[in-house]
Design a protein around this ligand. Structure first.
Ligand SMILES: [Zn+2]
Length: 216
């Protein structure tokens, strides 16, 4: 990870921006290992906790800088780890185009809520198409998936709520859709992605793990 003076190159998982974030505060947690016989320090472990501010969304980011070695001097053994915020959902099994569109939508969260909402609706459309329903408007597609048994009642409600929050924002000329509303829509789209693409794989992996145990 690149480091400049009081700045660190990080990817902000609040808004998706990758860039230099400004250092706002830090402290060191130092642990020394001393040889009991010789009383000579054999090893030192220094964990520096750093609190950064994202230059785009102005939210906080926490990283640690760890060093293990024989002196207090930093060398190549040091490394940096992102502690907060970690990416909210695991999308290893989600179709690539849906995952890319979702990530692109989330990146617009702090830049333009309307663009973010349009992109999230597009993610919902893509999910419907991926599940075999491509005809008609979004209302029809969500209902079709429910009739086919692909969307249980909860997902149907979820889909319609996303659509309704989005419509409300699109029809209001004065107020843009708020950040709070967009956060809710992001969570609702995440529920659908988890249910359709991630949870089934997680369950089947666990089934494989316990196959040999011959559970009753
Ligand atoms: Zn940010």
């Amino acid at each position: 990870m690149y480091k400049a003076k009081n700045q660190y190159l990080v990817e902000c998982n609040h808004c998706g921006n990758k860039g230099l974030a400004n250092l706002k505060g830090n402290f060191d947690n130092i642990e020394e290992y001393v040889d009991e016989e010789t009383k000579v320090r054999s090893m030192v472990s220094i964990t520096t906790w750093l609190f950064l501010e994202c230059p785009v969304c102005h939210n906080g980011i926490v990283i640690t800088h760890e060093y293990y070695g024989q002196s207090d001097e930093e060398d190549d053994d040091s490394f940096i780890k992102l502690i907060y915020p970690l990416k909210s959902i695991d999308m290893k099994n989600t179709p690539k185009d849906i995952k890319q569109k979702f990530n692109a939508a989330v990146k617009n969260y702090n830049i333009d809520t309307d663009i973010c909402m349009i992109a999230l609706r597009k993610v919902l459309e893509m999910i419907c198409e991926d599940q075999g329903v491509s005809e008609g408007n979004l209302v029809g597609k969500i209902n079709d998936l429910s009739t086919k048994g692909i969307f249980p009642q909860e997902l149907k409600d979820c889909g319609h709520l996303i659509r309704r929050i989005g419509n409300d924002g699109a029809h209001s000329e004065v107020n843009k859709i708020s950040k709070w509303e967009i956060k809710d829509v992001i969570s609702l789209v995440e529920f659908i992605i988890q249910y359709l693409y991630e949870i089934p794989t997680k369950i089947s992996n666990l089934e494989k793990k316990y196959e040999k145990k011959d559970l009753k």
